[in-house]
Design a protein around this ligand. Structure first.
Ligand code: GLA
Length: 385
């Protein structure tokens, strides 16, 4: 069965009848530009081949009915009029948050079946894949006046306002706007973007995602702390956002001799240098040198997330260090941090060696060997049927 057939079948099993269509939205892996999005900075994601499919039909009676192939038996039904932050919660909060944001467009309610293969909790934006697939479906069915770019805000509001995870727009932008064979160079302040060609195969390279199996939850914990620290640093520096800091010299005033000042200096240094790394990677990719040259910039990004932003984990550090020792061109943790995946840029002839070296090291340290898979820059959200 194709993914479309499976989604149609599961929809029919859950609701009877046919969906009005089937849509897909991918997860993402960020090449570089981590924790820059809520600082008005730059990001450079690619879409994964892994997607969430949403089979959707409008209904009558004012109910939102949600079923997930990944959560069998967990059927969620809530009147549109009663949708509110946290009701429903869990996986259903993402599609419900999208319906809530567009509730005027679907007063009769909707039936939604989702089926996806983006690994969850791994820093690969399974949540954005979920919300963006439903957002694109509702746009096509009930809100044709909205541009795809407007859906970034719809999906973001599901995540920020409904689920309560204070994220930026990286994941939703990547899921909706990426194109196959390209990385999306996005300025998160003015939303201008450029599709930067990224043909790794032609350069004999592969992008390996290494899923360490440790999970995170951005609705609680460290992600929000980092965001607040960045806002505080910007306020002390008298700028609208850390994006507006010219260079590392300009953040020196944060170091006021207190422990708190030292922390803010580190956080700001990550954001300032990370924005510079995005620009550097884009410069390299636009040039003639070839994508292998971005390797050291990715690795520098990892050091910054580990030492200045302090959101890496022992597993992620081990994966990155082992990949580099085994001959990778570059490696870094990806996503919000505190667990999840690393991405490794590696010569295609060394992919197996690198993956094996990581698996061996994890085994020696008594850790579950990570899952590793190569990804190619894939299409953004689209209607499949
Ligand atoms: C998570 C968030 C994004 C972004 C990244 C870090 O994926 O959802 O908005 O902040 O972390 O770059």
């Amino acid at each position: 069965m194709t993914p479309v057939e499976r989604a149609r079948q599961a929809f029919a099993d859950a609701f009877g009848g046919e969906p009005e269509g089937v849509w897909a939205a991918p997860g993402r892996v960020n090449v570089i530009g981590e924790h820059t999005d809520y600082n008005d900075g730059f990001v450079l994601p690619v879409a994964l081949p892994h997607t969430t499919r949403a089979a959707v039909a409008r209904r009558e009676g004012g109910l939102v009915a949600l079923v997930s192939a990944q959560h069998p038996g967990d059927r969620v039904e809530v009147p549109v009029a009663e949708l509110a932050p946290g009701r429903p919660d869990g996986w259903a909060g993402y599609p419900a948050g999208v319906v809530d944001a567009l509730r005027d467009r679907v007063p009769g309610g909707v039936s939604v079946l989702v089926d996806g293969d983006v690994p969850a909790g791994m820093g690969l934006s399974s949540s954005a894949a979920l919300s963006c697939s439903v957002a694109l479906a509702l746009r096509d069915l009930a809100a044709p006046d909205l541009a795809v770019a407007d859906l970034v805000d719809v999906a973001r509001s599901a995540e920020n306002d409904f689920v309560g995870a204070p994220t930026g727009i990286l994941d939703q932008s990547a899921s909706l706007l990426c194109t196959a064979g390209h990385a999306l160079f996005l300025d998160t302040r003015d939303r201008s973007s450029e599709q930067v060609p990224l043909d790794l195969a032609a350069a004999g390279l592969e992008l390996l995602v290494v899923d360490t199996g440790t999970t995170h939850d951005h609705a609680t914990g460290g992600y929000g702390d980092r965001r607040r620290e960045c806002e505080q640093a910007a306020e002390r520096l008298g700028v609208r956002a850390l994006r507006d800091v010219a260079d590392v010299a300009a953040i020196a005033p944060l170091d006021d001799g207190t422990a708190e000042g030292a922390v803010l200096l580190r956080r700001a240094r990550h954001v300032v240098t990370e924005n510079a790394r995005v620009l550097e990677v884009v410069r390299i990719l636009r040039g003639t040198g070839g994508p292998a040259e971005i390797g050291p910039v990715l690795t520098a990004g990892h050091a910054s997330l580990r030492d200045d932003f302090q959101i890496s984990t022992g597993e992620l550090d081990t994966a990155v260090a082992t990949a580099l020792e085994a001959g990778a061109a570059g490696a870094r943790m990806v996503g919000g941090g505190f667990g999840g995946s690393a991405v490794v840029l590696v010569g295609a002839d060394r992919t197996h060696t690198v993956a094996q070296a990581i698996a061996d090291r994890f085994g020696q340290e008594g850790l579950t060997p990570p899952r590793a898979f190569a990804v190619v820059p894939s299409p953004g959200a689209q209607r499949l049927a």
